[in-house]
Design a protein around this ligand. Structure first.
Ligand SMILES: [Zn+2]
Length: 536
């Protein structure tokens, strides 16, 4: 070997070594996660998460802790707020001018990577090399959102991850899928999320950390923005067209990890020509955020990777998201606030979607995936077996957007009888302002005459959802003092619209709120009037 070449190799090795040496922070043993201590054979119990947070809190002024909720089984689920200078109230957060970024782990109790990664991110910020992430933002963590689900650990809760780790929690909380509860808000966790995080801290970006259930794509992590559907497009478009591509590139540069759009394909149509995402509906927490003019990212680590790799991918993603928001937070705030103003001022009279179809994005993608080999099985039929080879399939059509298949006109207000006090309470759980009529008033507008209630064929969270069919009819209608009015001159107009429109594919009617009221009259008369009046 020439002396010059030897010198080059030596200096590059030294360079690598010194960079690594700089990352030897001094963490105490109590700051290590259960996953790290067990060589990634175990994931943390609720108590072990709290123990690590206690250890992290011991020597810092930058952490503020609050209660998210006391669960049905008695777990006191924490919200952890990191800020520099420290804060303890939303008023202080607002006065700082910094955006709040919300990181949520473990909504599905068996999908544990975000929980582990959140603890590592907090540790890196407080005691490692990520302190600068508090320069321009306030970070709100709920590392273990579904605490009761997490602790219901057993060996067979996650069949797609090949026993890595051996024990994980349950997806649901007491049989309830928390990521389908964004509209009807029945679970204690969802009520707490809306009251204690979304309304209290008003985060500009929500990051919801999951793990996939199946597809053998070739990515360490897949992601999706909040699908805007009836929402203002600006927040979702910025997330998908600007923020996520920048983070995808930085993760590739710094960690040599490949992240891409979320989706699945049918391997029986090998090679795949299209990748299809999940669903637009705002019962999913990330989609719900678009109706509030806020950004959100769905994160899905790859279930077939070993556990340590999944934790690393979630950790890299969250830290790179926070690197991005630390630099671009002011722009994110501006886009969200402009959407607030636009929705409040210009929604009334517009035609907006109430039902949606999945459509392709303009740009196809080159899909990195494990390949499938066709063969003829013993019954003489063509089948496919997955190989261990990673291949890139060019020009796969990317179904990661939605467009309206049915629309309705946004009214200036919705009015309903004082007999529906439960409806008023439900709207208030979303943070929606409900007024009470001070005098008898008559309104020009529309009623919706229902001639059919279509019941969905499947049950979710105990509901067989109802899709109302019928038509609008112009009317003048008198309401009494004490009845309820919801004005659409409001930054939450898109959320109100999606909740209250009779034909909405994820509204309160869809979640059976009016079935008991509607069904007897419908079966007796053949038609029934929807109980919410639209003011023109
Ligand atoms: Zn999930």
């Amino acid at each position: 070997m020439s002396r010059a070449l030897f010198a080059v190799i030596l200096s590059s090795i030294c360079g690598i070594y010194s960079a690594a040496a700089q990352q030897n922070f001094s963490f105490t043993e109590a700051m290590l996660t259960a996953a790290e201590r067990s060589n990634y054979e175990r994931t943390s119990t609720f108590q072990e998460v709290v123990d690590v947070i206690d250890a992290l809190a011991a020597n810092t002024q930058l952490m503020h802790r609050e209660r998210l909720l006391l669960t049905r089984e008695g777990r006191d689920v924490p919200i952890v707020v990191l800020a520099n200078p420290p804060i303890s109230t939303p008023e202080q957060a607002e006065a700082s001018g910094k955006p709040a970024i919300y990181i949520q782990g473990n909504i599905h109790g068996g999908e544990v990577e975000g929980k582990e990664a959140s603890l590592i991110v907090m540790r890196d910020i407080l005691y490692g090399d990520k302190r600068h992430l508090l320069d321009n933002q306030i970070i709100v963590f709920v590392p273990i959102y579904n605490a009761d689900g997490n602790d219901a650990m057993s060996q067979d809760n996650r069949p797609n991850q090949e026993f890595s780790p051996l024990f994980t929690g349950l997806r649901a909380a007491h049989g309830y899928d928390l990521n389908r509860d964004g509209m009807i808000v029945e679970a204690d966790e969802t009520k707490a999320l809306y009251e204690r995080v979304i309304q209290r801290w008003d985060p500009d970006l929500l990051v919801d950390l999951h793990t996939t259930n199946g597809t053998w794509h070739g990515y360490s992590l897949t992601y999706a923005p909040s699908y805007h559907t009836a929402g203002d497009a600006a927040t979702s478009d910025y997330t998908s067209d600007v923020m996520l591509p920048a983070i995808q590139a930085s993760v590739r540069d710094k960690f040599s990890l490949e992240f891409n759009w979320y989706g699945g394909y049918n391997y029986r149509d090998w090679p795949p020509t299209e990748l299809r995402t999940y669903h637009h509906a705002p019962r999913y927490i990330t989609n719900n955020m678009a109706l509030r003019n806020r950004m959100a990212i769905l994160s899905e680590t790859f279930s077939h990777d070993r556990f340590y790799k999944r934790v690393h991918a979630a950790n890299a993603f969250v830290e790179e998201i926070l690197e991005y928001t630390n630099v671009n937070g002011a722009e994110i705030q501006r886009i969200n606030q402009e959407a607030d103003a636009r929705v409040a001022e210009t929604s009334i009279g517009q035609e907006k979607g109430v039902q949606f179809l999945m459509v392709p994005r303009e740009e196809p993608l080159d899909l990195l995936t494990y390949s499938y080999i066709p063969y003829t099985n013993d019954a003489g039929e063509e089948d496919f077996v997955r190989s261990a080879e990673l291949v890139t399939i060019p020009d796969v059509v990317n179904y990661n957007a939605f467009e309206a298949s049915r629309t309705a006109i946004v009214p200036s207000a919705y009015v309903f009888s004082s007999a529906f006090a439960g409806l008023a309470d439900k709207l208030q759980e979303h943070g929606i302002w409900v007024e009470v009529l001070e005098a008898d008033t008559s309104f020009n507008g529309e009623v919706f005459i229902i001639d059919e209630i279509g019941k969905q064929s499947y049950v979710q969270n105990g509901h067989r959802n109802s899709l109302l069919r019928g038509e609008f009819r112009s009317e003048t209608r008198s309401f009494s003092r004490g009845d309820f009015v919801v004005s659409m001159n409001d930054r939450l107009a898109n959320l109100i619209f999606y909740l209250l429109e009779p034909e909405s594919d994820d509204g309160l009617a869809y979640w059976n709120l009016f079935d008991d009221y509607l069904e007897p009259t419908l079966s007796a008369n053949g038609t029934v009037e929807y109980p919410i009046f639209k003011v023109r």
